[in-house]
Design a protein around this ligand. Structure first.
Ligand code: 28G
Length: 657
């Protein structure tokens, strides 16, 4: 029953309307977020929503969906029928025509800011119309049947009376999305339409949805029925049963309910699962006035608050102390929630208007659910206890995760804040690792070549370090060299020192075997002793013992001697009496090549290491005469200092040769 537009011509007001919908066709993405498969299915959702609005407003009880082989989908409701009389603001036009041809201002395309219960219908109807190759509307109202058609947003003639409708009431909208907009691949997916239709049916138990799909569109093994009456007297509870079919849940019964007050209606169904849902820990699907709110909002927040408070309260009442600090994430994180509210004048926020912001929805939901959940828990203590125990486990897991995270963050920041001159080892933990504090850059360079980079870190020391014996604490901490040492070790000083924080198993001081080297070692040992005696007490501090002499004969045999005494002894024991022996003296670490340094001083298999220990009377020394100890270490006479170190640097017997 199409009227040929060319035979009628356009009126001035038609042109105005055409201009009105032009932006939609020019930039469809602005109105429906794209032109893909999702987009044209959204057109269907829009029309279905309008029918649903009429149902939830209490005027319709049945909705029919018919997916046709010719590319049309058809939606029918048995509501009041879209008004067909002249629109007061648009003389000569029916209200129906205005609804379908005037682009209504409003946030979201679907204009849900206005939808339902007293709001405006069909804010999105004009957008669907604009993007349809053809759209037809039939209205049964006042026992008459009316008809109007549109193509690509253009009116195809005035609304016309098609006949009598003595026994029916309501609206039918059938449309075919425009291939010019959506492209050659445009094809409605029956499975998708069915799923969309069914979830609407779950959301409003007062409606019966009749689904019909032409058989040609369905493959042989399709799960989509050609015809089905979708009616769910238990609404969301029915849907949750479907979702959890065959899945184990924590409680035997799902918790569901429906509360209607002056301020609105709340319906929910929730179950808790140990199994999880594939990738995610849980899900929540919420709706306001049957419009999905994927980003949640005030209604979801109210629900979480209610459940959390009720569970804590139950824990308190039953003396399960651990349960009183359960968080919303503990109890809600692994749940499957369906939540639907109906309120007047809902407001949505966010880029896509996918989040409910009406503050009244929080109270509405919280009050309704809290009361019911308190009763539910009290009525079935067995179930309640199962749930509580499970939630406490979640809380424990959360605490564990947080700890693990803190530790990994700690080590991450430490790594970031290591001193630049430190050549760290690659093994992460302290087990089996050592750090060498090496005197001078050149020795540091050799040490880097000689080391086992997996387990040995090298930290060069530049010249003399601050003498902490006389320095104030402030000056000590301001000292770059010393704070680098602390950074490398990963420890704090004083009361914040913790042996477990040490990044290495052994701390090794490696200095030249001369007076200056001894001085540097003494300075370092003093620093450690003053700021972290625990480091020495725990036996983690060592001195490397580089040799002083190298003895070799003509046949290529060579041995190293630690000192004068050692040298004399080795001359006798290792070589023949008249053999010509070449004697080399190392003035410093820098005189050894890396392989010699490795063999004599660094390689755990061949080196000699001395553990720094404190005298047994350490308490006496530290408490009674700390000044004396420091004085001994740092006194003016170099020989004196050196002796002290040697005397106290007991050989670590388990380590050597
Ligand atoms: C079948 C597919 C989609 C609809 C109605 C019914 C009314 C209506 C629709 O009114 C204009 C603006 C606010 C009242 C309302 C009928 C009041 C009285 C309606 C639909 C007029 C829109 N009688 N059913 N729109 N309102 N079904 N189904 O779209 O003031 S849209």
């Amino acid at each position: 029953m199409t009227t040929d537009p060319s035979s009628q011509g356009y009126s001035a007001s038609d042109i105005e309307v055409l201009e009105g919908l032009e932006p939609v066709r020019k930039r469809p993405g602005m109105y429906i977020g794209g032109t893909d498969e999702r987009a044209y299915h959204h057109l269907f959702a829009e029309i279905l929503d309008n029918a649903m609005d009429e149902a939830t407003a209490g005027h319709a009880s049945r909705i029919e969906v018919y997916v046709r082989a010719d590319g049309y989908v058809e939606v029918t409701d048995n509501g009041r029928g879209i008004p067909v009389g002249e629109h007061p603001k648009y003389p000569g036009k029916s209200a129906l025509e205005v609804i379908f041809t005037v682009l209504h201002a409003g946030g979201k395309f679907s204009g849900k800011a206005y939808a339902t219960a007293g709001g405006l219908h069909g804010v999105g109807s004009s957008v669907v119309n604009a993007l349809s190759e053809r759209l037809e509307v039939e209205v049964a109202r006042d026992k008459k049947l009316y008809f109007q058609a549109f193509e690509r947003g253009h009116v195809m003639g005035q609304i016309e009376l098609k006949g009598a409708a003595p026994n029916r009431r309501g609206t039918t909208v059938r449309f075919k999305p425009d291939i010019e907009i959506f492209g050659e691949k445009l094809r409605f997916k029956p499975a998708r339409l069915f799923q969309m239709t069914r979830s609407k049916a779950y959301l409003y138990r007062g409606v019966e949805v009749r689904w019909k799909c032409d058989a040609e569109l369905l493959p042989e093994d399709s799960k989509v029925p050609a015809e089905k009456v979708l009616s769910y007297p238990n609404g969301l509870a029915d849907q949750l049963d479907e979702v959890f079919k065959g899945k184990a849940t924590i409680t035997e019964q799902h918790f569901s309910g429906l509360v209607e007050t002056e301020d609105g209606k709340v319906e929910w169904a929730i179950a808790w699962t140990a199994a999880g849902f594939g990738e995610s820990d849980g899900f929540s699907r919420s709706y306001c006035n049957t419009i999905p709110t994927p980003d949640g909002g005030t209604h979801e927040a109210g629900f979480r608050a209610a459940i959390t408070k009720a569970v804590r309260n139950y824990a308190e009442l039953t003396g399960q102390k651990k349960g009183t600090s359960i968080t919303a994430d503990d109890i809600m994180g692994h749940s499957g929630l369906l939540l639907s509210v109906f309120i007047r004048n809902p407001e949505f926020v966010g880029q896509t208007k996918d989040k409910l912001s009406t503050t009244a929805a929080f109270r509405l939901v919280e009050n309704a659910v809290r009361d019911r959940f308190d009763h539910w828990l009290a009525a079935s203590p067995k179930e309640a206890d199962k749930l509580l125990v499970w939630a406490i486990e979640r809380a424990d897991e959360r605490a564990k995760r947080r700890k693990a995270k803190e530790i990994s963050r700690k080590s991450a920041t430490k790594k970031l804040r290591l001193p630049g001159k430190l050549a760290d080892c690659s093994n992460p933990g302290p087990e089996g690792t050592e750090i060498f504090f090496v005197e001078g850059d050149s020795a540091g360079g050799s040490a880097k070549q000689a080391r086992d980079r997996k387990t040995q870190a090298i930290h060069p020391l530049r010249g003399k370090i601050l003498n902490v014996a006389s320095a104030t604490a402030e000056k000590m901490h301001a000292n770059q060299e010393l704070s680098d040492v602390l950074l490398a070790l990963g420890v704090g000083t004083g009361s914040r020192f913790n042996v477990d924080d040490l990044r290495y198993e052994k701390i090794i001081i490696m200095t030249d075997a001369d007076v200056d080297g001894a001085h540097i070692a003494a300075l370092l040992i003093t620093f450690f002793f003053k700021t972290m005696p625990g480091l020495i007490e725990s036996g983690r501090l060592y001195m490397a013992m580089p040799p002083l002499y190298r003895l070799s004969n003509r046949k290529g045999k060579s041995v190293y001697a630690m000192d004068e005494e050692d040298k004399d002894r080795l001359m006798e024991s290792e070589f023949k009496p008249n053999e010509k022996i070449e004697l080399g003296r190392f003035k410093g670490l820098g005189e050894m090549n890396p392989s010699q340094l490795k063999e004599t001083t660094m390689d755990p298999a061949t080196r000699i290491l001395a553990r720094i220990t404190l005298p047994d009377s350490i308490d006496e020394l530290t408490e009674a005469k700390p000044a004396e100890l420091i004085e001994t270490l740092m006194g003016k006479k170099a020989e004196h200092r050196f002796r002290f170190i040697q005397e106290n640097a007991h050989f670590a017997d388990d380590l050597d040769i």
